[in-house]
Design a protein around this ligand. Structure first.
Ligand SMILES: [Zn+2]
Length: 371
């Protein structure tokens, strides 16, 4: 939310229905003065107290440029940055700066002040993109993945302040991680711009709703249901505030979990079905290996249900494990059976993928199904 006040003085007024303490002081001072004032019979003019800056305003250590032209405040932190750059990226700020300032507008070190109701952490994440300082200058590929805190702050603020290009960039990182592309999802060496824990999916769900980006939702629900009871507490953003799931989304995640586990069990059992390739030249031998593998089913389920099993499902290759030398028999599946297993696993993963929207009782995003 933005306090639609630029500069601060336009919003510093308080509600007439609740006169503040300093207003009472103001009136009692005025009464005392009026008693000895020859002009006391003239009509009294009503006056609001002058607006004030946030108490104990501190300069942000990262974004206080001495030659900056505007001061943004978030809580009691001031950010002195460049008005021209804000205008360039944001029609919201451009329009705001067009409003003529009243003569009594507050300034800090000669700069107009804009009071924002975002947190200093959120603002810092956005300013790091708009004003790359030496500490966060990027050239080429990012060395470390971007955190969900940063992505979430940039998506929220760029959406609020109409910074369309920035919003598109931040959303693309989110859409890449919570992809709607099956073939990307199953890549074992998939590199993503951002990284996230399963609980961070709560924020992804919220951002998908905020920005009307439904393609994020299926995998976000999928990840969230891997976070267990943590979803009841919400996820902590910027180490400061907890973001909860909405009631409707909580139902989707909680009801979706048993359906998801069922679908996953079915997938693993089907992959390890002891049935050899039609082209196999020694099916008795391969069947023996497959049966021995099926005895280790609990190990494969362990692979599927690791701590981060939403990622595990896409990344682990059951067929690759199945294709290795079987320890009990000392034998290995023939080439035909190994490639048949690879194909079988791919088909099973496609089926699981296609079922994700219905598992979470959501409307299927356009183009979700994979053939
Ligand atoms: Zn075979």
């Amino acid at each position: 939310m933005v306090q639609h006040q630029y500069p601060v003085s336009q919003t510093g007024v308080r509600s007439p229905s609740r006169p503040p303490k300093d207003m009472e002081d103001f009136r009692s001072r005025k009464r005392r003065r009026a008693a000895s004032d020859p002009s006391r019979h003239t009509s009294e003019r009503f006056a609001w107290p002058e607006p004030v800056l946030p108490a104990n305003l501190v300069h942000d250590p990262e974004f206080w440029f001495d030659d900056g032209s505007v001061v943004l405040t978030a809580l009691n932190v001031g950010f002195r940055v460049y008005r021209r750059i804000l205008e360039e990226h944001s029609p919201f700020f451009k329009d705001m700066f067009r409003i003529p300032q009243p003569a009594h507008a507050l300034t800090v070190e000669g700069c107009p002040v804009v009071v924002l109701v975002d947190t200093p952490q959120q603002l810092r994440h956005m300013l790091r993109v708009l004003f790359p300082t030496s500490g966060n200058l990027r050239f080429g590929k990012q060395e470390a993945p971007i955190t969900m805190d940063a992505v979430a702050a940039v998506v929220r603020l760029s959406h609020k302040y109409q910074m369309d290009q920035l919003l598109a960039q931040a959303l693309s990182a989110l859409m890449e991680f919570y992809t709607d592309d099956f073939h990307e999802w199953i890549k074992r060496d998939r590199k993503t711009t951002m990284t996230a824990m399963p609980i961070d999916a709560i924020t992804a769900i919220s951002l998908a709703h905020l920005t009307s980006t439904p393609s994020i939702l299926p995998l976000a629900y999928f990840h969230a249901c891997c976070a267990g009871s943590q979803v009841l507490r919400g996820c902590v953003r910027d180490g400061a505030w907890a973001e909860p799931l909405t009631y409707v989304d909580l139902i989707r995640v909680m009801d979706g979990r048993p359906s998801f586990v069922h679908a996953l069990n079915k997938m693993v059992c089907r992959i390890f079905k002891p049935e050899t390739s039609a082209a196999c030249l020694d099916s008795r031998r391969c069947l023996r290996v497959m049966t021995a593998r099926a005895c280790d089913m609990s190990d494969y389920l362990e692979m599927a249900y690791g701590a981060m099993f939403a990622l595990g499902v896409s990344l682990c290759s059951f067929a690759a494990v199945h294709g290795e030398v079987e320890l009990t028999t000392g034998m290995r599946l023939c080439d035909k059976c190994r490639s048949m297993l690879k194909e079988r696993e791919l088909e099973e993963k496609k089926e699981l993928w296609n079922d994700i929207p219905s598992i979470f009782d959501m409307e299927e995003p356009e183009g979700w199904q994979v053939e």
